[in-house]
Design a protein around this ligand. Sequence first.
Ligand code: PHE
Length: 347
Amino acid sequence: MEEKKDLIAVLQQIQQKAQDALHSVNSADDLERWKFTYLGRSSEVMQVFKEIPSMETALRPVLGQKANQVKTELEKRLELTHERIQQAALANNIKQQKLDVTLPGRQPERGRLHIATQTLQEIYRILAEMGFQVYRSREVESDEYNFELLNIPAYHPARDLWDTFYTKKEGVILRTHTSPGQIHAMHEYAPDPVRIVLPGMVYRYEQMDASHEIQFNQIELLAVGRNITFGDLRGTLEEFIRRMFGSGVETRLRPSYFPFTEPSAEMDMKCISCNGKGCGVCSGTGWLEILGCGMVHPTVLKNGGYDPEKFSGFAAGLGTERISMLRHGVDDIRNFWANDIRFLKQF
Ligand code: PHE
């Protein structure tokens, strides 16, 4: 009986000691060590279990029960301490990272097409409906295509119409207009009819100001076939401008001069800002100059591979940044390539 009482007291002491030790456990490592000491294979409780079989039969159940109780209790406390440590670690993490989940998220900047591209796409859409297909041509051109084949020989005074960027390589220039693309297209399609819109960047060696840039987009229209008349030119251009700016817009044609068209003209549009009364946008004239055009010159048709006795055509060229400016009330062309996101994100 003594032995039994003793062992029960020993078990109680073991439990008490283990529980006291648990108070100073503050980390996962501490807890691991505690578990090894108080519940491990060579711990005191486990020693008691090993001794039970050598005890008096009558004592065994009581002792076994008590030892089990102690072990279960310690295991329960181990589990609770484990939770306490995890909670503390989490709280500490949150405090250190100072994560404020109530802060609003950062809005990513949304990309968009450049306003110049948007305008070009709108133009392609309208012209596609009118039967024109996009044709692309090179920006680095030869003097031959940019001038000579367009009926502008070397030293011809008309060359002054285009201030040219030359390169170090003889005869290689940046195109000053999209018109050389007319020749490329004609070479590709002759003697079949063509009806194309030719877009792209052109370059001019100019003094920059609010209405002059050294690079800008142009589109060229070219239609070549049998029996194409000045009436077709006029009807097509007026319809295009109406689809672009609205059916109420008024246009007029003025005689003009280009070496590669004959006759040549320029088209004006009634100022959309003042409706013809005269304002800053139209320099008080009530009209806005928007494009150059004309019937393709017989020499140019011949240079393109068409017989001018059988074929005729019309061509037109316009700067599309100017169109963007009119449609959106932009007053300085330099905005287009200045890459100021505040300007660009408006469109
Ligand atoms: N290429 C001319 C320019 O840039 C415009 C134009 C094109 C005129 C086609 C007539 C016909 O000034």
